[in-house]
Every structure is written in structure tokens, then in C-alpha cells.
Design a protein around this ligand. Structure first.
Ligand SMILES: Cc1cc2nc3c(=O)[nH]c(=O)nc-3n(C[C@H](O)[C@H](O)[C@H](O)COP(=O)(O)OP(=O)(O)OC[C@H]3O[C@@H](n4cnc5c(N)ncnc54)[C@H](O)[C@@H]3O)c2cc1C
Ligand code: FES
Ligand code: FES
Length: 1415
């Protein structure tokens, strides 16, 4: 087909070259040379405007930190449409005539007031570090705007109920933030804040908040939401658009020249070809874009000369509907395509359209789908072997596409298109045609797959599936598939026959999606019996073979079988109606079935909808989170301490006004740095060269070890165990070690230059690197642990073993975990006079940063000022690992004598910062036949990586946490291995999470040997007060303080727990493909308080400034400190401590203002900082009390202001600094327990956390809202470690799961469906700070309950009579950490479909099988 002639005239050369858009209502005009066309909207906003709300979290569309609202105005209809978009992928030159709203555009603390979205996020305690919060706000705002638009279009009841709720359902509200990552909160409070806008929510179901007390909820107490307040399109821009309306296309600039590149917007296909055929494009590097979301998939390491934006070509945006199908332009976004298909599906009458739309809703996240085009997706699949969902589902639906290659236009089937040679930019994808499939007879003209109309009536079956780490998408699938079948009754046998069949599979590690034609051939025309189906499954397994090197290859093939089986099995039953529960009971894939409303041909067991909903999340309106409960007890002894006040700065975080390091405006002449790191584990670095061809990058060179000034040294970090080098020189010790810093004019250019640097390595005369614990042991490569750090051994191990009835030995291996703080490592270094340096660092230990920088630069410490205001999440990763970044940045600034900023891109951050320690643990345990332990020996091997960091404390932490049970006698050997991998550092619960988990693994092993209930074995071995004193002699505890037994009794001795066990047993008995497990895990977690300073200064107007050593990381340190200062000074005016609270400001840490700040680690910095502040307040109170008494004598009552004025007048020193030193009782034990119930899907290996109940002893909480947030957030981070976060390295030890694409932290759809937390107020603890206890790290250990419950569920699966092949002891097996889907499936049998149904066939008589199909 020839190209349609373009009616658009040639672009006017006199058209003014400008892109005009609005940001938060302000007009922006980009003119020639203003901004490089490769700049994203995020880069533009953060560097060229004052708005810093949108944050850089990943640059891959995978985290949501950068989400903004993009609005378009249609001059013809006057309508304004809104969509959330990821500004990190959106190119700024593509924004002509759009309006951008950032969180600042909704409202501000400073000016105009906050928006209800901000206030509710803050009031529901839904922000901790606050780095994710602006993005969350904008995802929610977009959902509210979308709901309003739908209501206006008549798709929602017109009026929201009285109050403030918008036209949004609770399910939609939760889903709105499904693509937003938050590493701090655990999502529950975020979901509650979102649901507070929903019309159908029962407000009493929402969690702890600052608007009402439980039982007293009312909408009038919520900050008012005005529906008109979101996404107001500037009238100015509207007028401009109207003025250019109709002629807009002619006069919008065809090309815009950036610094060296040009941006082109052809207005027709013809113009496109003229452009690419022109001289300008001859040798140039050209990038053709629509949504530009591919740059999230394939990270940008290229710079381009020419950009061509296809979105101005009307043909590519058109949609044409026919009776037989729909043509959708290639530039249409996935979100728009969903809308189109939903309309075409007419509810769900057209099952194919409906299910394609359902499946598309699991592609990426709303803010990616809103700009990602259908065509872009297909091209990526065709050209780049992208693991596309869209291709697979459209392939099964028999779609075709229209392409143009130069002057030739042709229509080909999607299947043929995929097999063509990879497209270049001479090929344009114009449109996609999706045919309409209807049961024959019900609609004339209905299509069959071979184009003929069958004489027999047929039904159309269509189903799509995907198995992915996250149920709601935002994760690429391990395998996806879509099946379309025409089924009819055979006239003679009355059996059901497949007349036509299309089986499409993709994303499993193939070149592109394929049809399994050999299997189709086998099945078509035959009556479908179980044995035919099994034969098809076997053939399919031989067909779906991932290419070499694909991870979890066997698992992917098994998924293909599982999906085919679940699709066709119901057809074997001779009906298209729902089956009895006995068959595919409870099964639903992570795909789109499971929705009983999806058309007449949908085959699903309605009775099992409840179970199905857990995974499906498809076009249902069911909630992700079913229920949550928070129980806290408020202690009023030390008011305003103990009150669940809102977090300090929560509103500022929501409105984007909170300043993180990268938000500090760039000083004049600022340049940017990026690490060049080694990709080899042990090699001489002979040279580092930049790619000089990339002139646009404007690099200023590389800072290396040679630039360290005289008197300085190559030091990048320091701990009590010694220093470590800043740069690998002359030999790099690991892949991921920084070798130098590239300096460029923008952060993007620096990042690209660093990635493209060419490093010449040589391994001459070097040994082979040590990359594993085994190799380190073989070569005796250890760091020596100082004996004082090693915990005591208990009793006589040999004697204990001799007393045992049984002995077992085994080993456990544990991998690493990445911190995934949302703000990556950042620093800004500004040279000051007289060889001084000011460094703003996102660090948990500014004091050490100051020392290390001074040492590196050869300066005295007083020349270096390190300032840290707040940190966007740390989790231990911004302690030692922040130091090399701050130091390198300072070194570069020192060398260049100009400000330098470094903000690591996510990949570099993941690679250079190491993470949690991998370990190998060998154990031998002796026990009695009743499960009582008599002795345990542990051989512990810790992989520390190339330097010591703080690894030498890990054995201590591990052993202390393991000692939560009474092992009888206990001995151990611990080795800290020195290897050639990136240095491992402390991560939340360092060593403790592994120690506590290994104790559970041993319990599970022992109970499987005894065939006993693991939970009984746990109870049996809990410490008594006496044995606790023996195992934890340095933390003496009286019976009142040792609350673990009462906690465990509360979680497991209740009737409900027993009842749940029974329900689970009966569930497991009656479900073949779903199994559940319940487990409880107790913890004993030791923490240690360290010395910390606190400084309180009362200013002339009576306001109070507080400085502490501790850093606000999101853990609520400032909030507790503020409350403590109000309590401390409140002694002067006991009735007015609440008023005082309002007058206190905690200020940033500054190493020259408040020395000896120490480290913010180990969960105790908040309480230590509080105690230091209390002491400082006491000093002030002592100074002010006499003044007050004197005053009172004279004039009676005295106000705070009068008191301060008087004190100033008589010369009282109103500033006090105290250094709190905890003393010998510095360490203490924390207790808690959790029960978790997990459901696994035997076909996909998916796990769903049905419910978790946590009880945690917080002592008398200083702020229950803050502590509750810590407990929930830590637990969910622990879930990530145990269930989700696969940490993968290559053969050189280089991390390859190095971004949001491959490293999957929990999201709102992977947390417990029911999530209940109780903070136990265990009363008076005289040695603790106001009787409080720590909450930051211990609760993370409780997440092992999820892993243990998963193990129970797998055990139930392996005990199925049909299951075989698990050896003589099916109930004992190693369940890896993390227990990701492939791991679970493998333990349930990769061939469980074949073996279960094979066994069924074998047990049926042949005739019954043929005639009744084993019904
Ligand atoms: C975080 C994230 C998660 C994702 N998850 C999924 C997922 O789960 N499943 C899935 O299927 N996809 C997923 N995707 C992929 C996403 O669907 C694609 O990136 C998107 O559809 C590409 O469209 P685009 O308009 O942004 O293309 P662009 O990025 O603009 O272009 C992509 C490529 O296609 C070329 N191109 C675009 N349009 C045309 C055309 N009409 N003719 C010729 N060439 C063209 C461009 O030159 C470019 O090379 C995900 C993407 C991201 C960023
Ligand atoms: S920074 Fe844009 S999605 Fe993560
Ligand atoms: S509050 Fe969400 S990442 Fe910190």
C-alpha cells in the first residue's frame, strides 16, 4: 500500500523555534540553544527551575519519585486531560503546549497553603524520609484528577458523598500508587492516606492518623479536598493554544536546536522521510522517540545529534473502528489503548478486547503507560528483543500491523513482523490492527483464524497470563502468554473440540514472542482429554526453551505448561461454564483471568473468586489491602513525649519543599562528578580514557589518585578497624571499586562519560581473584576479628551433644541485599577561603566524613565543615559507604577550585555501595525427642568484600541474635572472609537478621526431623529469665522486663491462632494448586547506645534551636528530639509544654558547630540524642529556675517570653550543650514476635502474604506513631530480603541486578493483605531513656515469619499424595533467601502439572478417563 499523501504544507522556515509549556502555572519558553534536546523534564525542573519536588530516584521509570502531572488542553472541546508521567523519561522538548504540575503546584507550606493531598499524607504518618513523598502525592493527584474526569464523562456517580471524598474507589486509590516505591513506610499508611479520598471507604478502617482517634472518624475531620484544585490549566497557555488552534501544527517549530543537537517534529509520514533522507541526517546519531520510555529500559549511555518526535504525525495518533476490529495508531499510548479497548469491549462483552485491556494494565505503572506508546513497545520487541507483554497478547489476538519502509507501505501479521530483520529508523510503524473475535453465529462477520466461517457454532476463549515478581505489574514477566481458541461441540461424539487455536508465549528468554505452532497442531481437531492435554504440555516444554544464559530457564518453561494447562483444562470438562472447585481450584495466574465479569466465555471458578483476587488484581474493583489494625498505648508521664505527633517536616516533604542535598541550588560555576568504577575484580589499572568523540558531553577531565594533594592520602573511608582507599590504585581490588571521577557540566553528561570511559586492565602477575567464601576459606583469606568483639560461648558443646537424642548438621547460604534508599548517595562540595571546604553530604556520619575528607586533602579537620540536614533513607548504607562519595566530591572541588556536585545514578550506587553481608553457616545441633535443644555449634563465614568496613562486628551481631533460643550448650567459630567483591557494610539489622533467621532455619530442620510442629519447638526453646541471663549476660533483665513469653503467648496461644491453623489445614486439604502456611517467629535483639551530643539554645524571641549529633534519616529522630526538648524545658512551665513544642526547631547537623556527632546507626541514636537534649534542657532549667522564681515572687505568673527576656537582661547563658554517655547499661534487649500466613500458588510459585500480626515491645514509646512506622517499614524491608530481592552478580562479582528493572523491592501489592501491629507498652524501664526502647532495626528480623510460613506452605504442597520425586524426606528442604517465585515453584516441582495429572490418569481406569475425563 502506498503512503497516503500528506496534506500538511512544508514547515515555515520563519516559524519561531520555541517550545512553550507551563510549569505550575508559569509560562516557560525554550528557545534555540536553551536546553539540550536530550534533557529530560526531570533534569529541566531540577536544574532550570526552583522546583525540586520531583526527585531522581532511578531514572528508569521504575520508582515514581519523579512523577508529575501532565495536562493537555483540547482547544476544540475545551477539555483538559491529566496524566501522571515519569519526568525522568519525558523529554522536555516534547512538551509543547502542555502544562506540568509538580507537588509544589498543588500547594506549599510557605505560600498559599498546603493541598489536602499533602496534609493527608502527613496526617496519616505516610512519610518518613520523605524522598518518595512528592511522587506519591502526584500519583494520587493524577488519580483524583482522573476520577473527576471520569465522573464528568458520566462513568461515576455524579456527587461524592458528603464530606471531602472524591469520586474514586478505594481500590483505585491503592492502585494509583502501585508503581511508587517507598523504602521506609511499608506502604500501609500511604495506602490509607490515598483511600481517605475514596467515596467507598469506611473511614474507621483507615489506620492511625492525626485527624481522629479510633472510633471517632468523620470526614469533616479530614483536610478538605476541593475537586477543582488539581491540574488547573493556565488560562494564558489556553489562550495561546486557542490562538494557534488549527494552525498550530503548521507553526509549531519543526526543529529546535539545542546546544549541539537538534529536535525535529515532522507533521506527516512524508515529512519524516524527507527529514531522515536529508543531508542533515547523513552520518548523525539519530533518536526517534514517542514517549521515550525505552530509555528507562535501556539506560541512556549515548548522546544524539538529532531527535525526531513522532507524536506530531496525525496518522500515528489516529484510531479507526470497524465492525471487524480496531486500528490504533502506533503513537497511541498504552493508557489510551486501554481506554479504547474498554469502550470497544462494551463492558466486558468482547472478551478479547477486555482481557487485552486488563493485561495492559499490568504493563509498567500508570505513569509509564501514560506516555509509553504501543508502537514503541512493538518496535522494542522486534528490534531489541525486549520482553514485551503487548506483543504476546496482540499476537494471540491475531493482530496485524501497518509499516512503512521508505516509500513502501505494507500490512503484515504481527507474527511476520516479528520475524523480519530488526527495523532501523527508515521503518515507521504506523498502526496496529486488532481484530474482533466473536462466537460464530452471534455476530455476523465474525472472524475465524483461517478466515472461513465454520458451520458449527463456536465459542471464543481468550485468556492472557503473566508471572511476574509483582502482581500489579511494574515488573517484567518471567513469561507471559495469551491463548485464543475457537471451541465447538463435535457433532458425533459431543466432545468439545478445538477448531482453532493460537498459543502465544513471550518474555521467557526468546528472541521475541512466538506461537507454539507444533502444540497448536497437536491440539486442533481433537477432543480434549487429559491425556491429550498432557501430551501437549510435554511438547510445549520442549518448545518453550529459553536461550542460554537466561535465569530460571526451567522455571520459565514450567510456567508455559502451567498456563496452557489452566487455559485448556476446563475445556476438557465438556463445558465452558465455571468448574467445580475440585479442579483448578483457586488457581489464577498473575495474569488477567480470575475475573468473573470478563465476558460470557470467561472460564473461572466463581466460588474461588476470593482466593483468585489475591493475585489477579485484574479488572476487579477489589482492594489490594484488606485490613489493618494498629494498637498503641499512649503514655502520658512525660508529655509531650509519648504522644503520636505528626512527623516533623512531613508537610514540607509532601509539598517538595524539604531540602535534600541535591535540592540545594547549584552554586555559581558548579560542575558535576560521576564515578568511574572497575568492572574487573583484581587487576592493574593501566589507563582510563574518556570517549573523546562525545564532544557534547563537555567533560572537564577525570580526577584520580594523582590529584590527591601533597600531605593528603588515598583514603575514602575510615572505621574503628582502619582506613580504606578512595580509589583502586594501582590495582583494583574488586568490580565496583571507584577508580576516578569524571567531571562534566551536567550530571547527565558526567554519568554518560563515566559509563563510556575505557579502562585498560592487566592481570599480569596477579593471583586469581577470590570471589566466594569457599575460595577465601581455601586460600585462608581472612580479616582478623579482635577477641573482645566475639561473644562468649556457653557451656560444654561435646557434653550437650552427648545428651542429645538426635543430631543433625546442615548449612545455610545467604546472599546480599541492597539498601535501596530512595535518595542515592549525594554530596556537594564548595571550596571556601583559606583552603577550607564545605561539604553537604547525605551521610549518617558527617563527623567521620569530616575526618576522612581532611585526611584525603591533607588539611586539619577545622578546615572541613560537613553539613547534613536530612537524608533520603539510609538503612546503614549512608554510614561508611557515604564517605567515599563525600571525599571524592571534596577532592574534585579542591582540585578544580570550584563547586562540585555528585549525585550517583542508581546503577552506580548499587554497584559501588556493596550492601548486606553474604554468609555461609554450617551448623550441628543436638536435641531431645521432645524438641528441646541440648547443643549447637555454628561455623560462620562472612563475606566482607575487599575492605574491613565494619564487618568485624558482624560475627558479634549474628551470634547475639541467634542466641534468642536456649540452645543448651553453644559454641561457634567465625571467619570474616576477605574477598574481591565490593565491600559489604552494615545494613539495617546487620548480622542480626541472618543470625535470627538461621535460628529459625535450624528450628525448621529439627521439627521436620521430628515431624513436629515447628511452632511448638520454638516455644519449647524460648529462654527462661535464667537462661537469658546466661546467654546475654551483659544485658541483665528482670522477669518484668523479659516480655517475650507474654508476647509469644499473645500471638500464638489465642483461640484465633488455633482456629486459623485448622482453617489452613482444611484449606490445604481441599485445594490442589494453592497451599497455605502459618508460622510465628520471636526475636531477641540487642542494641547498644552510644555517646551523643545535644545542644539547646534559646534565642532572643523565646524560640528554641536544637542541634543533635543524630541525623534525620526518616526514622523520626527530629520528631522525638523536639518532643524531648519540649518535655525538658517544660519543667519551667509544666502546663505549656505543648506550646513550647511549636517553638522548637531542630536544625541540621554541622560538624563545626556540634562536634563529636558520632554515627546515626544501630537504632539508638534517636533515644541517645533525646537524652543528650534532656540533659542540656536540665542545665538550662537549672539556670532559668532561679530567674523564674525571682520573677514570680515579684509579679506572680510569668510567661515564657517574659522569662527569656529577663534572663537575657541579667546575662544568663541560654545555650547548653551536653554529651550523653550511656554508661555500662548501654546495651539492652528488645523483644517481639510475628505470625504470618502465606499462600503459595503451585503453578506459578507466587506467594501472597495473607496476613501478618506483629507485637513489638517498644517500652514506653517516645512517639508511638513514629515507632509504629519504624516497625511496619522495617518488617516490609525484611520481606524484601526474605521474599523479593534477588541480588545477582556476574562471574567477576559485578552486580547485575543493578536497577529497578531487575532488583525488586516490595511494593504496595506485595505487603501483607492484612497487616496488624501492636506496640506493647511494657512499662517502666529505669535504665532506658524515659523507659523507651528502640524500634528501627529489630522488627526487620520478624519478617522471617513470612519466609517460615512460605516453607510451611511448600511443605503442605510436597506432602500432596500426587507429588513425588522429593526424595524420602519431602518436608525437609532448603528454601533459599529470597524465596522468589522460581524458588518456590521449583520446590513444589517444576513438573507438578505433569506429575499430578499424570498420577490422576494412572489412577483412573482407561475407559473412565476417555469417557468421563476423570471428572
Ligand atoms: C519501568 C518500565 C516498565 C515497563 N514494563 C513493561 C512491561 O511490563 N511489559 C511491557 O510489555 N513493556 C513494559 N515496558 C516497556 C514500555 O511499554 C515501552 O518502553 C514503551 O511502550 C515504549 O514506547 P515509547 O513511546 O516510550 O517508545 P520510545 O521510547 O519513544 O521508543 C522506543 C523505540 O521505538 C522506536 N519507535 C517508537 N515508535 C515508533 C514507530 N511508530 N515507528 C518506528 N519506530 C518507533 C524508537 O525509535 C525507539 O527506538 C516498561 C517500560 C518501563 C520504562
Ligand atoms: S526517577 Fe523517574 S521513575 Fe524513578
Ligand atoms: S518515606 Fe518513602 S522512601 Fe522514605
Amino acid at each position: 500500500m502506498a503512503a497516503s499523501p500528506s496534506t500538511a504544507p512544508a514547515p515555515s522556515s520563519s516559524a519561531s523555534a520555541a517550545v512553550v509549556f507551563a510549569v505550575n502555572g508559569e509560562r516557560v519558553e525554550l528557545r534555540e540553544g536553551d536546553v539540550d534536546p536530550g534533557a529530560t523534564l526531570l533534569e529541566f525542573l531540577r536544574t532550570r527551575t526552583r522546583f525540586t519536588g520531583p526527585k531522581f530516584g532511578c531514572g528508569e521509570g521504575g520508582c515514581g519519585a519523579c512523577v508529575v502531572l501532565l495536562s493537555a488542553y483540547d482547544a476544540a472541546s475545551g477539555a483538559v486531560s491529566h496524566a501522571a508521567v515519569s519526568s525522568c523519561l519525558t523529554l522536555v522538548h516534547g512538551l509543547h503546549h502542555r502544562a506540568v504540575t509538580t507537588t509544589e503546584g498543588l500547594g506549599r507550606v510557605g505560600a498559599g497553603g498546603l493541598h489536602a493531598v499533602h496534609e493527608r499524607l502527613a496526617g496519616f504518618h505516610a512519610s518518613q524520609c520523605g524522598f518518595c513523598t512528592p511522587g506519591v502525592c502526584m500519583s494520587l493527584a493524577a488519580a483524583l484528577a482522573g476520577a473527576k474526569a471520569k465522573a464528568q464523562a458520566g462513568r461515576r456517580p455524579d456527587d461524592p458523598p458528603e464530606g471531602f471524598a472524591a469520586r474514586l474507589t478505594a481500590a483505585e486509590a491503592e492502585r494509583a500508587v502501585a508503581g511508587n516505591l517507598c523504602r521506609c513506610t511499608g506502604y500501609r499508611p500511604i495506602a490509607d492516606a490515598c483511600k481517605s479520598f475514596a467515596a467507598d471507604v469506611d473511614l474507621e478502617d483507615l489506620g492511625l492518623n492525626s485527624f481522629w482517634r479510633k472510633g471517632d472518624a468523620h470526614a469533616s475531620k479530614l483536610p478538605r479536598y476541593d475537586e477543582g484544585s488539581i491540574g488547573v490549566f493556565p488560562e494564558l497557555l489556553k489562550a495561546e493554544i486557542r490562538a494557534s488552534s488549527g494552525i498550530d501544527d503548521l507553526y509549531t517549530p519543526p526543529a529546535l536546536v539545542g546546544s549541539a543537537s537538534t529536535w525535529h517534529r515532522p507533521r506527516s509520514v512524508e515529512e519524516y522521510y524527507k527529514l531522515v533522507g536529508s543531508e542533515l541526517f547523513g552520518e548523525s546519531r539519530t533518536k526517534v522517540v514517542v514517549g521515550n520510555t525505552a530509555s528507562g529500559v535501556y539506560r541512556e549511555t549515548e548522546v544524539y545529534d538529532r531527535y525526531i518526535d513522532l507524536r506530531c504525525i496525525p496518522e500515528l495518533n489516529s484510531v479507526s473502528k470497524e465492525a471487524n476490529g480496531v486500528h490504533i495508531g502506533a503513537a497511541v499510548s498504552i493508557s489510551q489503548a486501554i481506554e479504547i479497548l474498554r469502550v470497544e469491549a462494551g463492558g466486558c462483552n468482547d472478551v478479547v478486547f477486555c482481557k487485552i485491556a486488563d493485561h495492559m494494565e499490568k504493563v509498567a505503572s500508570p505513569f509509564v503507560r501514560n506516555t509509553a506508546s504501543l508502537g514503541g513497545n512493538l518496535i522494542m520487541a522486534q528490534r531489541d528483543q525486549f520482553a514485551s507483554d503487548i506483543t504476546t497478547i496482540l499476537l494471540a489476538a491475531g493482530s496485524s500491523i501497518c509499516i512503512q519502509a521508505s516509500s513502501r507501505r505494507l500490512t503484515v501479521t504481527l507474527e511476520d513482523f516479528l520475524q523480519m530483520p530488526p527495523c532501523d529508523h527508515k521503518t515507521l510503524l504506523l498502526s496496529i490492527y486488532i481484530p474482533r473475535w466473536t462466537p460464530i453465529g452471534s455476530l455476523s462477520g465474525g472472524k475465524t483464524m483461517d478466515g472461513t466461517v465454520s458451520k458449527i457454532g463456536t465459542s471464543v476463549l481468550f485468556e492472557t497470563y503473566r508471572a511476574a515478581p509483582r502482581p500489579l505489574g511494574n515488573a517484567v514477566a518471567y513469561l507471559n502468554s495469551a491463548f485464543l481458541a475457537q471451541v465447538s461441540s463435535d457433532a458425533t461424539s459431543s466432545s468439545l473440540m478445538l477448531r482453532e487455536l493460537c498459543l502465544a508465549f513471550g518474555a521467557y528468554g526468546s528472541q521475541h514472542a512466538i506461537r507454539a505452532r507444533n502444540v497448536e497442531k497437536l491440539l486442533v481437531g481433537k477432543p480434549i482429554t487429559v491425556s491429550v492435554l498432557l501430551e501437549a504440555c510435554r511438547l510445549l516444554k520442549e518448545t518453550i526453551v529459553p536461550k542460554e544464559g537466561t535465569r530460571h530457564a526451567g522455571y520459565r518453561s514450567s510456567l508455559a505448561v502451567a498456563f496452557l494447562f489452566s487455559f485448556l483444562y476446563p475445556v476438557t470438562e465438556g463445558t465452558l461454564k465455571p468448574l467445580k472447585a475440585v479442579h483448578l481450584n483457586g488457581y489464577v495466574t498473575c495474569g488477567t483471568n480470575g475475573n468473573p465479569n470478563c465476558g460470557p466465555d470467561a472460564h473461572v471458578d466463581v466460588s474461588l473468586k476470593k482466593i483468585n483476587d489475591v493475585n489477579s488484581g485484574s479488572c476487579t474493583n477489589d482492594r489490594i489491602l484488606e485490613y489493618s489494625n494498629q494498637i498503641i498505648e499512649i503514655n502520658k508521664d512525660y508529655l509531650p513525649d509519648g504522644i503520636p505527633t505528626k512527623k516533623v517536616g512531613a508537610e514540607l516533604q509532601a509539598s517538595g519543599e524539604a531540602v535534600f542535598v541535591d535540592d540545594i541550588p547549584a552554586p555559581k560555576d558548579c560542575v558535576y562528578g560521576a564515578f568511574i568504577y572497575s568492572t574487573k575484580p583484581l587487576a592493574h589499572v593501566k589507563s582510563i580514557e574518556l570517549d573523546l568523540l562525545l564532544k557534547q558531553l563537555k567533560t572537564l577531565g577525570v580526577v584520580t589518585v594523582k590529584d590527591i594533594p601533597e600531605g593528603g592520602s588515598n583514603v575514602g573511608a575510615n572505621t574503628i578497624f582502619g582506613p580504606e582507599p578512595l580509589f583502586g590504585d594501582p590495582v583494583t581490588q574488586c568490580a565496583g571499586e571507584p577508580l576516578g571521577v569524571v567531571i562534566a557540566e551536567t550530571q547527565r553528561f558526567a554519568n554518560i562519560a563515566a559509563k563510556r570511559a575505557v579502562i585498560d586492565y592487566s592481570t599480569e602477575n596477579l593471583d586469581a581473584p577470590i570471589l566466594s567464601i569457599e575460595e577465601a576459606v581455601k586460600r585462608c583469606s581472612y580479616f582478623e576479628t579482635p577477641p573482645f568483639l566475639l561473644p562468649q560461648k556457653i557451656g560444654d558443646f561435646s557434653k550437650g551433644m552427648a545428651e542429645a537424642d538426635q543430631k543433625i548438621s546442615s548449612e545455610v547460604k545467604l546472599n546480599s541485599q541492597y539498601y535501596f534508599y530512595m535518595e542515592t548517595q549525594a554530596a556537594l562540595a564548595i571550596p571556601d577561603e583559606d583552603n577550607c571546604m564545605v561539604v553537604y553530604s547525605s551521610s549518617q556520619c558527617p563527623e567521620t566524613a569530616q575526618n576522612v575528607i581532611a585526611k584525603c586533602l591533607g588539611l586539619p579537620c577545622h578546615n572541613v565543615r560537613v553539613v547534613t540536614r536530612r537524608v533520603g533513607g539510609g538503612f546503614g548504607g549512608k554510614a561508611v559507604r557515604s564517605l567515599p562519595v563525600a571525599t571524592a566530591c571534596a577532592l574534585a572541588a579542591f582540585k578544580l577550585r570550584r563547586p562540585v556536585r555528585m549525585y550517583l545514578d542508581r546503577k552506580t550506587d548499587m554497584i559501588v555501595t556493596g550492601g548486606r553481608h553474604p554468609m555461609k553457616i554450617c551448623y550441628s545441633v543436638g536435641f531431645k525427642s521432645d524438641g528441646k535443644f541440648t547443643a549447637l555449634h555454628i561455623d560462620l563465614f562472612i563475606n566482607a568484600g575487599m575492605t574491613k568496613d565494619v564487618s568485624l562486628i558482624i560475627p558479634h551481631n549474628f551470634i547475639e541474635a541467634l542466641k534468642k533460643y536456649n540452645w543448651g550448650a553453644f559454641s561457634y567459630e567465625a571467619k570474616v572472609c576477605k574477598t574481591n567483591i565490593a565491600t559489604k557494610s552494615a545494613m539495617r539489622g546487620p548480622g542480626e537478621v541472618q543470625g535470627s533467621y538461621v535460628a529459625e532455619a535450624i528450628i525448621e530442620h529439627v521439627s521436620s526431623m521430628l515431624s513436629a510442629d515447628a511452632n511448638l519447638v520454638r516455644h519449647r526453646n524460648l529462654h527462661t529469665v535464667e537462661s537469658l541471663a546466661l546467654f546475654h549476660s551483659e544485658c541483665t533483665e528482670d522477669a518484668m522486663g523479659y516480655t517475650l513469653h507474654s508476647i509469644c503467648d499473645q500471638v500464638t496461644a489465642s483461640e484465633t491462632y488455633q482456629r486459623r491453623l485448622e482453617i489452613i489445614q482444611s484449606f490445604n486439604k481441599s485445594n490442589k494448586w494453592k497451599k497455605r502456611g502459618l508460622s510465628f517467629v520471636p526475636i531477641v535483639h540487642k542494641v547498644l547506645s552510644r555517646p551523643t551530643p545535644g545542644k539547646v539554645s534559646i534565642l532572643n524571641d523565646g524560640s528554641i534551636a536544637v542541634e543533635v549529633g543524630g541525623i534525620e534519616l526518616g526514622q523520626g529522630l527530629w520528631t522525638k528530639v523536639k518532643q524531648m526538648a519540649a518535655f525538658g524545658l517544660g519543667q519551667l512551665c509544666p502546663d505549656r509544654s505543648q506550646e513550647l513544642l511549636e517553638r522548637i526547631r531542630v536544625v541540621q547537623a554541622d560538624t563545626l558547630s556540634n562536634v563529636q556527632g558520632g554515627w546515626t546507626t544501630g537504632s539508638t541514636t534517636s533515644e541517645s540524642s533525646c537524652e543528650a537534649v534532656r540533659h542540656a534542657c536540665n542545665v538550662l532549667v537549672d539556670r532559668l529556675k532561679p530567674v523564674k522564681e525571682q520573677f514570680q515572687e515579684k509579679q506572680g505568673n510569668v510567661s515564657w517570653d517574659e522569662l527569656i527576656s529577663k534572663a537575657i537582661m541579667i546575662g544568663v547563658d541560654l545555650s547548653a550543650r551536653e554529651y550523653y554517655v550511656p554508661g555500662p547499661s548501654g546495651s539492652y534487649l528488645n523483644y517481639g514476635a510475628a505470625t504470618s500466613e502465606v499462600e503459595i500458588d503451585l503453578l506459578t510459585g507466587a506467594s501472597t502474604i495473607v496476613r501478618s500480626d506483629l507485637i513489638y515491645d517498644c517500652g514506653q514509646s517516645l512517639n508511638p506513631a513514629v515507632d509504629l512506622g519504624q516497625v511496619e517499614g522495617a518488617f516490609v524491608q525484611g520481606i524484601g530480603y526474605f521474599m523479593n530481592e534477588e541480588y545477582v552478580t556476574n562471574s567477576d562479582g559485578l552486580l547485575i541486578s543493578d536497577g529497578t528493572w531487575t532488583y525488586k523491592i516490595p511494593t504496595v501489592d506485595t505487603i501483607p493483605k492484612q497487616f496488624n501491629v501492636k506496640l506493647l507498652n511494657s512499662g517502666f524501664h529505669k535504665k532506658r531513656v524515659l523507659s523507651s526502647k528502640a524500634s528501627g532495626e529489630p522488627p526487620l528480623l520478624l519478617a522471617a515469619s513470612v519466609h517460615c510460613a512460605t516453607r510451611e506452605a511448600i511443605r503442605a504442597a510436597r506432602n500432596e499424595p500426587h507429588c513425588s520425586g522429593f526424595g524420602p524426606s519431602p518436608s525437609h528442604f532448603d528454601l533459599e533467601v529470597p524465596a522468589i517465585m522460581p524458588v518456590v515453584k521449583e520446590l513444589c516441582g517444576l513438573d507438578n502439572v505433569e506429575s499430578i495429572w499424570g498420577a490422576t490418569i494412572a489412577s483412573c481406569s482407561f475407559s473412565a478417563l476417555c469417557d468421563k475425563r476423570c471428572n
